[in-house]
Design a protein around this ligand. Structure first.
Ligand code: C2O
Length: 352
């Protein structure tokens, strides 16, 4: 097996196979050669904050960054639509997995957390460079935070509704504020429940999906090796709240709950990024919890399999260089230069 077992070949990229048919979302060809990722120790450390606590200065900066990203030429890999295409290409099999003849998928398997961390890392760096502010960090949508006195974390944040640059037409208006997010949403699953019941169910779900997912396989998703056919071993959090909040946000009037409700279009909605920043944060929370139920603290474990650690992906960076990254370099956010603002995760101790 090649060491670079996740390497994809951009030259090979084909149309993605999506529930909506074939979609062209291959990235532009690179004119320079691929560089290997090295952690940049020159950058200031960045703090990712919850959307509902952002200052108006930060919001203005954030909107400016997206205006600039959307105004880039359509074939610039840093352009907003190109960013959405990166997600489409990796999610719907536009590439082959290593030297196999099978298409690569980064959902429903052990690549879910590390791949999305890398995707957000480069997305954040591109936004930062467009506004020339290396302290810039993506915010997170803190939908797991259920407080009766402050419903703000758990509704669609206002800035994604009121600013044209952050708005998206394909969303479900029935789910706009004050409706609380249903973290275990199933389309067509009966009438909405009361807010207090919703909070209770959301907390119980978080406990089950994250606190109770003690093993590597339950949390990360199953092993997925070159040559394996389409994976179907999704981890607890990927299943819900990840998939469920995607579907909850997308338009129920569209065949596949576009934009957020289906892979090929999900990242066309700017709310994709704070949604995934929260999932990335939950990964850091998972790592702080004990593996055992009783006795002295035993840490939760990452996969040790070289097919996971050495798997590589390609992303365009803020300088339009094509960068090869490895899963092993994504395991610590501090190494990547960012951390999450400390939030009280009430559900951690709220055993249902
Ligand atoms: Cu790659 Cu939330 O999907």
């Amino acid at each position: 097996r090649p060491i670079d077992n996740g390497t994809i070949d951009l030259e090979w990229c084909t149309q993605a196979e999506t529930p909506a048919g074939k979609v062209g979302c291959c990235p532009p060809r690179s004119t320079t050669s691929v560089v290997d990722f090295v952690h940049n120790t020159q950058l200031p450390s960045r703090l990712r904050q919850p959307v509902h606590l952002l200052s108006s200065d930060y919001i203005a900066k954030y909107i400016r960054a997206y205006e600039l990203m959307k105004a880039l030429p359509p074939d610039d890999p840093r352009n907003f639509d190109q960013q959405a295409n990166v997600h489409c290409a990796y999610c719907d099999g536009a590439f082959l997995y290593a030297n196999s003849t099978e298409r690569l998928h980064i959902h429903r398997n052990w690549f879910f957390f590390p791949w999305h961390r890398w995707f957000l890392y480069f997305h954040e760096r591109i936004l930062a460079s467009l506004i020339e502010d290396d302290t810039f960090a993506l915010p997170f949508w803190n939908w797991d935070n259920q407080s009766a006195s402050d419903p703000l974390p758990n509704v669609i944040p206002q800035m994604y509704l009121t600013n044209p640059v952050l708005f998206d037409d394909f969303r479900n208006p029935d789910h706009f504020p004050p409706r609380l997010a249903d973290l275990n949403f199933v389309p067509g699953d009966g009438a909405p429940i009361s807010d207090s019941k919703q909070r209770e169910e959301n907390n119980a779900l978080m406990y089950k999906q994250l606190v109770n997912a003690r093993t590597t396989r339950l949390f990360y998703g199953k092993e997925y090796h070159p040559g394996d056919s389409k994976p179907d071993g999704l981890g607890t959090i990927e299943s819900a709240p990840h998939n469920t909040v995607h579907k909850w946000t997308g338009s129920s009037g569209k065949p596949h709950f576009e934009d957020m409700g289906v892979f090929y279009s999900a990242a066309r909605d700017p709310i994709f990024y704070p949604h995934h920043a929260n999932l990335d944060r939950l990964w850091t929370v998972w790592k702080t919890l004990p593996r055992n139920r009783k006795g002295p603290f035993r840490p939760r474990r990452d996969y040790k399999d070289p097919d996971w650690l050495n798997a590589t992906f390609l992303f365009y960076d803020e300088k339009r260089r094509l960068v090869r990254v490895r899963v092993r370099d994504a395991l610590k956010t501090e190494q990547l230069g960012y951390r999450y603002q400390d939030i009280h995760n009430a559900w951690v101790t709220a055993r249902p």
